[in-house]
Ligand binder design. Structure first.
Ligand code: PLP
Length: 407
């Protein structure tokens, strides 16, 4: 048994008490976004009621206060992923913007005609499209690591794809539509041996397991605040300092400059070089609070408890003969994608919703994954440390009722 007191934790999340269509809310769409603990909501209210002010530019009290809080959040993120320097933590709008920043800036500086970029067959669209755009712009080639029928990356194929032409490998840590935990340590090692840099898409990992960028030795790591119990509209790009220093700015504007004349502009130091304009101050600060909350529960405890949920959920769902799980990797996070014989996932999602059960249906922004498994879409239940086995029972009951309704 894990150390999680789930009923006590649920008290921290006001929305979990909600009724949906007259039923208790069963929120199993955590891979799309997590709910927010009261402490994060309070921080946002506190920011706007007690310290709202623009940062970095003011000498007045409120500006100093909000600057201090914002920079404190940067330090919290740095410690959370074990980066070496504050300058390695760039605030962005989310994973998507972080990847686009690297694609645009690293691409301009380091990707040339004939170079290669490697991604995998289980990437989110936000880790496919920016690289396609770079390849088109720079005349580079995109290569894709295939996966086997259990949704595990084929490492032998990866070793065949990588060469001295590979400039960057960009890989998802945990797949949002399959739950697969990829062997990123190994991937990073192999890529570095070939002289390539590595970006890890951690949108689905930092909320489930401990990430140590120093230990992993990845060159870039990206995440979204809203999937980590923080607000929407804020995310992080971690990059090794010497790499970020070598990269040109992504956007031009205020805060990213040291001095401007019409003849020439000098750029600011890291991290501000990559933070043009007024950042998302309130949400950045509240992301710091969310991380402190997650740390107070402990990622080891979270991992252990969510594994219990994953095992329980997998066992119960597999008892339904009409149900097939898509994504059966040995190393999996608490995400279960499934299809039901002859019932479209959208109908499944709609009927589950009538029972108060929130799951996601569709291609989950991973159309190539759907094609690989020859399904139009899946239904996906994704668990957080605030979910209970009783909620999984409610999901199973609602699925059985759906099957009955469809005869
Ligand atoms: C694996 C993965 N990468 C990237 C993203 C994009 O994140 P965001 O929409 O927060 O930028 C998501 C969101 O679902 C994701 O699951």
């Amino acid at each position: 048994m894990s150390n999680i007191d789930v009923w006590k934790i649920r008290e921290d999340f006001p929305i979990l008490k909600a009724k949906v269509r007259g039923k208790d809310l069963v929120y199993l769409d955590n891979a799309a976004t997590t709910q927010k603990p009261q402490i994060v909501i309070d921080k946002l209210v506190q920011y706007y009621s007690e310290m709202n002010s623009n940062i970095h530019r003011g000498v007045h009290y409120l500006s100093e206060l909000s600057t201090k809080e914002f920079e404190k959040a940067r330090k919290i993120v740095k410690k959370f992923i074990n980066a070496n320097f504050d300058e390695e933590i760039i605030f962005t709008r989310g994973t998507t913007e972080s990847i686009n920043l690297v694609a645009s800036s690293f691409g301009k500086k380091f990707i040339n005609e004939g170079d290669e970029i490697i991604i995998s067959a289980m990437e989110h669209h936000s880790n496919i499209v920016p690289w396609q755009m770079v390849c088109e712009e720079r005349g580079a080639i995109l290569k894709v690591i295939p996966m086997n029928d259990d949704a595990e990356l084929m490492m032998d194929e990866f070793k065949k794809l990588i060469s001295e032409k590979t400039k960057l490998v960009s890989i998802v840590h945990i797949s949002n539509s399959l739950g697969t935990i990829n062997p990123i340590r190994n991937i990073i090692k192999i890529a570095h041996q070939a002289g390539a840099k590595v970006l890890i898409d951690g949108a689905q990992s930092v909320q489930h397991l401990k990430v140590d960028v120093n230990n992993l030795d990845c060159d870039f790591f990206v995440l979204s605040g809203h999937k980590l119990y923080g607000p929407t509209g804020v995310g992080i790009l971690y990059g090794k300092k010497e790499l970020l220093e070598a990269m040109p700015p992504y956007q031009g504007g205020g805060d990213m400059i040291r001095s401007v004349t019409f003849e020439k502009t000098l750029y600011n130091d890291l991290p501000y070089k990559f933070e043009a304009g007024t950042p998302n101050i309130a949400d950045g600060i509240a992301l710091g609070t969310a991380i402190q909350y997650v740390e107070s529960i402990g990622l080891d405890n979270i991992y252990e408890y969510e594994m219990e949920l994953l095992n329980y959920g997998t066992e119960k769902l597999l008892e339904i003969p009409e149900l097939r799980i898509i994504g059966t990797a040995k190393e999996k996070a608490s995400v279960i994608s499934f299809v039901l014989d002859n019932i479209h996932p959208h109908d499944v999602g709609t009927l589950l919703d009538r029972e108060g059960v929130a799951v996601r249906t569709g291609h989950h922004c991973t159309e190539p994954v759907m094609r690989r498994f020859d399904v139009p879409a899946t239904s996906r239940a994704s668990f957080s440390f605030y979910n209970t086995k009783e909620e999984i029972d409610a999901l199973v009951k609602a699925i059985k009722r759906t099957i009955l309704m469809f005869g």
